[in-house]
Design a protein around this ligand. Structure first.
Ligand code: DX5
Ligand code: ZN
Length: 218
C-alpha cells in the first residue's frame, strides 16, 4: 500500500487552528495526528476534548488520536464520541492492554498501541494479532521538534517481523523527528504511516512539505 501522512496538530498554530486544519484538508495529508498529554504519563500538557471538538468541526480527514495519558481506559468513550478514527494507547500505560484494545474496537475505532524508545518490540508479541496499528515512538514522547532516535529503524523492522505471519496488514506508524531525511529509510524498514509535526508546520510551505513526504519512495 501507499504510505500515509499524518501531520501532527501539536505543531500547528493554536491561534489559527481553523486555518491550519484547512491547510491539511487541502493537502495530501491522509490523517490528522492529535496528541493528548496529561502532565503525568509525559512531562507536558497539550489539549483534550474541547480542542478535539474544534478540530473535528473543520477536519475532513480522519483524526488519529495519540493518548499520552495514564489510565486511558477512563477516556476512550469520550474520544470515540469526540470523533476519533483511531485511538493509540501506550503499552507502558496499560496493565490490561488486551482489555483496552477490545474496548477501543467496541467503540468503533481502529486500535493502536504505542511503544516508547526503551520498550522492546517483542513485548507486543501476544497482542499484535489484535491490533490495527503499532506506533513506534522515535523520540521520547512529550514534546514536538525533538531529535530522531536512529534505533527506531531497527525497532520498526522488528515490529514488522513480529507481525509478518499473524497480522500482515498491520499499520506501523512512526512518530517523532520524522522529516524528508529519514522518511525513505523508515518506509524501507516497514513503517507505512509517517507522523510529522515540526517538519511540516515549520516549513516555509507546509502543504509542499506534506507533498514531499507523500512522494517519498523506498
Ligand atoms: C511527541 C508527539 C508527536 C509530535 C511529533 O510526543 O507524540 O506526535 O507531535 O512532533 P515532531 O514531528 O515535531 O517530532
Ligand atoms: Zn504523537
Amino acid at each position: 500500500m501507499n504510505h500515509l501522512i499524518a501531520p501532527s496538530i501539536l505543531a500547528a498554530d493554536f491561534a489559527n487552528m481553523q486555518r491550519d486544519v484547512e491547510m491539511m484538508n487541502n493537502s495530501q495529508a491522509d490523517w490528522m495526528h492529535f496528541d493528548v498529554m496529561d502532565g503525568m504519563f509525559v512531562p507536558n500538557i497539550s489539549f483534550g476534548f474541547p480542542v478535539l471538538k474544534a478540530v473535528k468541526k473543520y477536519a475532513t480527514k480522519p483524526i488519529d488520536v495519540h493518548l499520552m495519558i495514564v489510565d486511558p481506559d477512563r477516556y476512550l468513550k469520550a474520544f470515540a464520541e469526540g470523533g476519533a478514527y483511531s485511538i493509540t494507547v501506550h503499552y507502558e500505560a496499560c496493565p490490561h492492554l488486551h482489555r483496552t484494545v477490545q474496548a477501543i474496537k467496541e467503540l468503533g475505532c481502529k486500535a493502536s498501541v504505542a511503544i516508547n524508545p526503551h520498550t522492546p518490540a517483542l513485548l507486543l508479541k501476544d497482542i499484535i494479532a489484535q491490533l490495527d496499528m503499532v506506533l513506534v515512538m522515535s523520540v521520547n514522547p512529550g514534546f514536538g521538534a525533538q531529535k530522531f532516535i536512529p534505533h527506531s529503524y531497527t525497532k520498526i523492522a522488528e515490529v514488522r517481523e513480529l507481525a509478518k505471519n499473524v497480522n500482515p496488514g498491520l499499520l506501523i506508524e512512526v512518530d517523532g523527528g520524522v522529516d524528508d531525511t529519514n522518511a525513505a529509510q523508515l518506509l524501507a524498514a516497514g513503517a507505512n504511516v509517517l507522523v510529522a509535526g515540526n517538519s511540516v508546520f515549520s516549513a516555509p510551505n507546509p502543504t509542499a512539505a506534506i507533498t514531499a513526504l507523500k512522494q517519498v519512495s523506498h
